[in-house]
Design a protein around this ligand. Structure first.
Ligand code: NPQ
Ligand code: MG
Length: 376
């Protein structure tokens, strides 16, 4: 088999409601998609990957325009033709950083390869669960009353776990209000996206009284020892997101006591294959993991639903319905939450079918990657 990434496509989708985090507000999402082709016995089979890089470099260093450049000028030429998805990461290893861009290329090749084999991603992973519990990430709101309305709506939708975005000035009061609203037994956690500092450890310990599942990434991504200090002081488990960029970083974070729970996002770690390796490393160390989200379309959402079916994913993830973020998805059967769960896709590849007409309607730009092949 030979696989190539042949097309980079930028789409734009409006969000159903603004999504505010400690690092900014999003009202629409530009998303890069990668199309790969594999040749198998004279047939051409197509696969798709999704780059989770946001519009601006405020979650991590990557962003859409940077990803376009690095994929076109650096990654796609190095990739050229590969024999299998498992070779993508090693062929790109000389390029430092850019995990989301690399992950998108690996994803496209993996989807194409699996489709050519008639095999699902869940089958490749050995995941047997038919459905996964679905959690929802709730942005910062202008008032507690608005937040309560939003959370009540998500509970009506069936979500089994609520995650509140927090930042200094929006933490104890909203968390107290939502704990009161949803009752003592409902699953609740918070995510600060690095908004606090080492001077805030005492303040963050005040969250302990709310019975949270975890507090996600309170401190800057490079502050592992700060997270370890907080883990020692707080009864709420510390979960890392932004800090975990590789198998090595997660093992080190666990070893120094900074990571009691891990959020796994394939894009942040350079691809789904590394995401599985991180899952395995956490499982071997009895660290619970859950699947994070990056406002994916149905492409990334389908892949996440399969990843989250692995045994070590013992906490509900941010794998919510397509309509949590988008009125219309680019796949024909949008991801749905039924009875609080998302179905693990069973079709070949990541299991989605593209809505070609809608995809074309939302396409902003198409780049031909085959023209950047080496020697052309
Ligand atoms: C997190 N996601 O867990 C991220 C952060 C995040 C679902 O909470 C555009 C693209 C906007 C990606 C905003 C969730 C985003 C984004 C927030 C990711 O930290
Ligand atoms: Mg997070």
């Amino acid at each position: 088999m030979t696989a190539r990434c042949v097309e980079l496509r930028e789409i734009r989708l409006p969000l159903v409601t603004p999504f505010r985090t400690s690092f900014g507000v999003q009202t629409a999402r530009r998303i890069l998609l990668v199309r790969a082709e594999v040749q198998r016995e004279g047939q051409v089979v197509e696969g798709w990957g999704e780059c989770v890089a946001p519009d601006e470099p405020t979650y991590s260093a990557e962003y859409v325009d940077g990803a376009v450049l690095v994929i076109r000028e650096q990654l796609a030429p190095r990739l050229g033709a590969v024999a299998q998805a498992a070779d993508v990461a090693s062929s790109l290893v000389d390029v430092k950083g850019h995990p989301m861009a690399k992950a998108a290329l690996e994803m496209a090749v993996l989807d194409a390869e699996l489709r050519a084999d008639g095999r699902s991603f869940a089958d490749l992973l050995g995941a047997t669960a038919e459905r996964i519990p679905s959690g929802v990430s709730v942005g910062i709101h202008d008032s507690i009353a608005e937040l309560e309305r939003a959370v009540a709506g998500y509970l009506d939708d069936g979500y089994v776990r609520i995650k509140l975005k927090i930042e200094p000035g929006w933490d104890l009061e909203p968390v107290a209000a939502i704990r009161r609203l949803i009752g003592p037994d409902a699953l609740l956690q918070v995510d600060a996206n690095t908004a606090y500092g080492r001077d805030d450890l005492d303040h963050l310990c005040r969250l302990d009284e709310f019975g949270l599942l975890l507090i996600e990434q309170p401190l800057p991504e490079d502050d592992l020892l700060g997270h370890a200090a907080l883990a020692g002081a707080s009864s709420t488990p510390i979960c890392l997101d932004e800090s975990i960029t590789s198998v090595t970083t997660v093992i080190d974070a666990i070893d120094v006591g900074a990571c009691e729970v891990a959020n796994i996002k394939a894009g942040r770690v350079g691809g789904y294959l590394t995401a599985v390796a991180i899952h395995d490393a956490c499982r071997a160390r009895d660290i619970p993991v859950w699947c994070g989200g990056m406002l994916e379309t149905g492409i990334g959402r389908s892949a996440n639903a399969a990843l989250a079916a692995l045994d070590g994913f013992t906490l509900p993830g941010d794998v919510s319905a397509s309509r949590r973020f988008y009125a219309r998805d680019i796949i024909t059967k949008p991801i749905e939450v039924v009875d609080g769960h998302v179905a693990v896709p069973t079709g070949p590849g990541f299991g989605f079918e593209l809505d070609r007409q809608f995809l074309d309607e939302v396409t902003v730009e198409v780049h031909d990657l085959s023209r950047n092949a080496p020697g052309q």
